[in-house]
Ligand binder design. Structure first.
Ligand code: NAP
Length: 266
């Protein structure tokens, strides 16, 4: 028998991000005392072998099965667990889950909110070129860049390997696949946050003329953009994938307030 009542007010967080983790903590802490029997469940895709354990409950893995799609599987899960509210806190570059969540919540009649850090916006002094996929980013370098700082994630490097005339500084958290060969590259293993002084020095010391990155938003990795602006360096920026048109908030506190209203009303 489950420890919770079948009618326990239940919030499902689609996580896998720092925001999702912070939201679970805040929801348990702030709403736990107010809403009797509250369950806060975080769902993760299961890409990371040892994820940080969020407050509340954790479930892991996609919702698709041999006999149903991800959105149908999620709709079943919402009904089975009597979920009263869903907050999509997946990463801005997680392209599919938001659409599945929108379809499943519409099908199951469950309110859905998007929690998303705002995208970075270029200012008048920025030299950005926005692209919609990595091959387009590689094309934007051909014949126009010599020394490139690639901060795209180790799984996105393949389109750049053909650019033999370019020297790359590749920064990633974990080492890229050894089968990816670059004619000329230096590898820098590092995890943010990165500080402005260090980013300024990195760009200057390596005589970088172009940065390639994705529009993650937030403050952990935006110092390179400030340094690029100061030094007149071009930025090839991957735009975020399209998302369903949903109510969205940028901050955890606003998401908690929304959950409070929905769970109380339910
Ligand atoms: P995606 O393209 O949106 O999702 C692919 C599939 O993974 C989904 O169709 C779903 O499978 C499953 N999935 C994704 N998020 C899930 C969740 N929170 N709970 C249960 N299943 C989930 O996402 P992705 O780019 O593969 O990223 C996977 C996860 O890593 C996301 O949760 C995201 O927040 C996190 N993440 C992604 C990035 C990035 O740059 N893409 C960066 C940091 C963290 P089913 O269809 O079987 O349900």
């Amino acid at each position: 028998m489950p420890a919770h009542l079948p009618t326990s007010p239940t919030l499902l967080i689609l996580g896998g991000t720092g925001e999702g983790f912070a939201l679970a903590e805040a929801a348990v802490e702030r709403l736990g005392g107010e809403i009797a029997g509250l369950r806060v469940i975080t769902s993760m895709a299961g890409r990371v072998a040892t994820p940080r354990l969020p407050a509340g409950e954790l479930r892991v893995g996609g919702f698709s099965r041999a006999d149903c799609s991800g959105s149908e599987g999620l709709a079943h899960y919402l009904r089975d667990q009597a979920v009263a509210a869903v907050i999509d806190a997946t990463h801005p570059f997680a392209a599919r889950m938001g659409w599945n969540a929108a379809a499943a919540c519409a099908q199951a009649g469950v309110p859905l909110l998007r929690l998303e850090r705002p995208a970075w916006q270029p200012g008048p002094e920025d030299r950005w070129e926005q692209v919609s996929d990595w091959p387009a980013a590689a094309e934007a370098l051909r014949g126009r860049a010599h020394r490139v700082f690639l901060t795209v994630g180790r799984q996105e490097l393949a389109p750049f390997t053909a650019l033999d005339d370019i020297w790359f500084l590749i920064r990633s958290v974990e080492a890229p696949d050894a089968s990816l060969t670059f004619a000329r590259r230096e590898l820098l293993l590092a995890r943010g946050p990165f500080h402005l002084e260090d980013e300024r020095a990195l760009l200057r010391d390596h005589r970088i003329d172009t940065i390639v990155c994705k529009n993650s938003g937030g403050t952990a990795t935006d110092a390179k953009l400030t340094a690029a602006r100061e030094q007149g360096i071009r930025v090839v920026m991957l735009a975020r994938p399209a998302r369903p048109d949903l109510p969205a908030v940028p901050k955890v506190a606003a998401a908690v307030a929304w959950a409070r209203d929905v769970l109380r009303a339910g």
